[in-house]
Design a protein around this ligand. Structure first.
Ligand code: 5GP
Length: 191
């Protein structure tokens, strides 16, 4: 009989411009029983983003109230906006027998590991700093100051990833990265 895998919470973190949101969405279609958590955020929706699908877009006061009432498994301020994973999102999905995938920043990943020590932390790195610069620039209109802020944050995230994450994958090719993560989630494969 196949041994049941105990690992059921997976966290993907990646510096800005690495493509982790796309990766998360593709993984969901490939792995039966894998659910993505929907975070709350105080940032404004981008064109095409839908409330309750991409994020729960909420006000700062509502976010603060939820944080005060300990509704978040983890929350963080990222680029001047708040982001948080409602703990209930995780618990309800686990209770239904699903595996849960979170795509959060590295502060979030570290906090999830504290709360759920069996969580598997997967870090995705861009092939090079240069490539990362290019991807951050391509993301839309950023002022020079905003661009610098994102690059600084990306460097710090990279450091946390390298020092603390269970897996570090270099995203040279999206199909290969997805296949590797799929193997980690479904087969417990080590990279
Ligand atoms: P974006 O605004 O581009 O969707 O996300 C900005 C950053 O916030 C990304 O690094 C993303 O992974 C992170 N993020 C999204 N949701 C959460 C969350 O619930 N908690 C934390 N800590 N970070 C999040």
């Amino acid at each position: 009989m196949r041994k049941k895998l105990k690992k059921r919470i997976f966290v993907i973190s990646a510096p800005s411009g690495t493509g982790k949101t796309t990766i998360g969405k593709i993984l969901r279609t490939k792995i039966p029983g894998l659910e993505l958590t929907i975070s709350c955020t105080t940032r404004k929706p981008r064109p095409g983003e839908k409330n309750g699908i991409d994020y729960h877009f909420i006000s700062v006061s509502r976010f603060r109230k939820m944080a005060e009432n300990k509704k978040f498994a983890e929350w963080a301020e990222v680029y001047g906006n708040y982001y948080g994973t409602p703990e209930e999102e995780i618990r309800v999905k686990l209770h239904r027998g699903c595996k849960v995938l979170l795509t959060v920043d590295t502060q979030g990943g570290m906090n999830i590991k504290k709360l759920f020590p069996s969580a598997v932390l997967i870090g995705i790195l861009p092939p090079s700093l240069r490539e990362q610069e290019k991807r951050i620039k391509n993301r839309g209109k950023l002022t020079e100051k905003e661009f610098k802020k994102r690059m600084d944050a990306a460097r710090k995230e990279r450091q946390i990833l390298v020092n603390n994450y269970d897996f570090r994958l270099i995203n040279k090719n999206i199909e290969t990265t997805i296949r590797k993560i799929q193997n980690i989630i479904t087969k417990g494969k080590k990279y």
